[in-house]
Design a protein around this ligand. Structure first.
Ligand code: NI
Ligand code: MN
Length: 234
């Protein structure tokens, strides 16, 4: 079965691979663009990039209902125990660390951003993630600015490996915008690149079709622009 990736709007994704269902940053019930409700999604793992409400989203409710393992930073993994998510069901990490899971390997990357819980308390550092599964390698930048070290993620001579897909924010204001996401694509050199973290709210409205044209003109990557609810086979 091919590895399938479905966009739930913003930075929420469902990866179906190797018999697993892996949710990423499940901001669903309060998202204006999510095509699904938190009660309706099944998963066995949740990958969570940082503590902001538009990423943490429905993590606690979904983890409690499904018993999914939450893979996130150390501080959030500790906080989840206080929210009633059993400690056995949280894996706390930090950038640079990797973990082998039933569906493959997840390695956390740096991300230049902030990270706090909805009440303002410290939520550890924000992270991106590289997921290796089903013979594919996918980088989710999550909330970040452009940074030169992105080059290492897709470059075997710098400890990385070629990427089948890079998922990049293009919304601007809180993360990199369209122009920097083109530069990020040049550094990462993925086979395909998908935009996210835009058009969820008015302040981050962007023209993804125009951005895809810039990707075609200036990079080697094939742009993949999804609508919320749409999927690609990796
Ligand atoms: Ni954020
Ligand atoms: Mn965000």
């Amino acid at each position: 079965m091919p590895t399938k990736l479905t966009w739930y709007g913003h930075n929420a994704w469902l990866l179906e691979t190797e018999g697993s269902k892996v949710l990423i940053d499940p901001f669903l019930n309060d998202s204006p663009t999510s095509p699904v409700e938190a009660d309706a999604v099944g998963c066995d793992h949740i990958l969570l990039s940082h503590g902001h409400g538009d990423h943490l989203g429905d993590t606690v409710a979904i983890a409690k209902r499904t018993g999914a393992t939450v893979v996130t930073n150390f501080e959030i993994s500790q906080w989840l125990a206080g929210q009633g998510v059993p400690a056995d069901y949280a894996i706390g990490m930090n950038p640079g660390g990797g973990v082998d899971l039933p569906f493959g390997r997840v390695k956390m990357t740096i991300a230049h951003h902030s990270s706090s819980f909805p009440d303002g308390s410290y939520a550890g550092v924000p992270m991106g993630m590289v997921v290796e599964t089903g013979g594919k390698r996918v980088y989710f930048a999550c909330d970040t600015s452009l940074f030169m070290d992105m080059k290492a993620i897709g470059d075997a001579s710098l400890g990385g490996a070629p990427l089948d897909l890079a998922v990049l924010p293009i919304g601007d204001l809180f993360t990199m915008g369209p122009a920097d996401a083109v530069e990020a694509t040049k550094l990462l050199a993925p086979a395909k690149v998908a935009p996210c973290h835009y058009n969820t709210f008015p302040p981050i409205e962007q023209d993804a079709t125009a951005w895809a044209e810039r990707i075609r003109r200036h990079t080697v990557a094939e742009p993949v622009v999804l609508q919320p609810g749409e999927s690609i086979d990796l």
